[in-house]
Design a protein around this ligand. Structure first.
Ligand code: TYD
Length: 197
């Protein structure tokens, strides 16, 4: 199974992925916990540019960097793990590009979807969980030490959040939304329930 975890910055998904990873391992499943951008190797270098480069970055260039990282990640890490029967848990994937570069930056959403398909070679998650939380809560969680993406401003994050909700509406079979303002324990229970199904 290939499961992706999505949501705006500060939605709490990283905590939840670690919990579900521990849970699945305790049940005897083999898992791989990975992330985009930048799982390891070349991806780490692309991540460094995406999050820390302080000069001008065009939205199209930004998209291609996320997509380049994704192609490398799918080919060298995700696909080999899936072939071995490992459950892959991925912190952000294709829907982040649709939400951030499409809805957030305003690039053409259909184009982004096509580019995503190119980057993944057609691989699609079996399940995607979107952690949804109001902007005030997520911004407070992000705090003051912001990276390049997190510095994009409140209007940007409103669009990103709307983007994720729109994606969930378009693909209700694959994409499930969890209200992430609940307690860590309650959210974890919901994640277990969704994956169990
Ligand atoms: P990261 O520190 O991994 O954030 P988080 O813990 O919130 O996942 O930084 C990744 C940033 O990159 C985050 O702001 C979302 C953004 N991003 C995109 O804009 N497009 C993408 O395709 C991906 C994968 C991430």
């Amino acid at each position: 199974m290939f499961i992706t975890f999505e949501g705006a910055d500060g939605c709490g998904k990283t905590t939840q992925i670690k919990l579900i990873d521990e849970y699945l391992r305790s049940k005897g499943y083999k898992t791989l916990l990975t992330r985009e951008p930048g799982s390891k190797g070349l991806g780490e270098k692309i991540r460094e540019i995406l999050l820390n480069y302080d000069g001008e970055v065009s939205s199209r260039c930004e998209s291609f960097l996320f997509l380049a990282d994704r192609a490398q990640h799918v080919d060298c890490i995700i696909k080999p793990a899936l072939q071995e029967g490992t459950i892959v848990l991925c912190d952000r994937h294709t829907d982040s590009t649709v939400a951030y570069q499409g809805y957030g930056r305003g690039l053409d959403i259909e184009e982004i979807k096509k580019l995503n398909a190119l980057a993944t070679g057609g691989l699609k998650p079996d399940l995607t969980i979107v952690f949804d939380v109001d902007i005030e809560t997520s911004q407070a969680r992000v705090g003051k030490n912001k990276d390049r993406m997190e510095s994009a401003g409140i209007e940007f994050f409103k669009k990103v959040r709307e983007g994720f909700l729109e994606i969930a509406k378009e693909e209700p079979q694959r994409v499930k939304v969890i209200n992430s303002s609940d307690t860590i324990e309650n959210i974890h229970k919901k994640v277990v329930e969704l994956i169990g199904k």
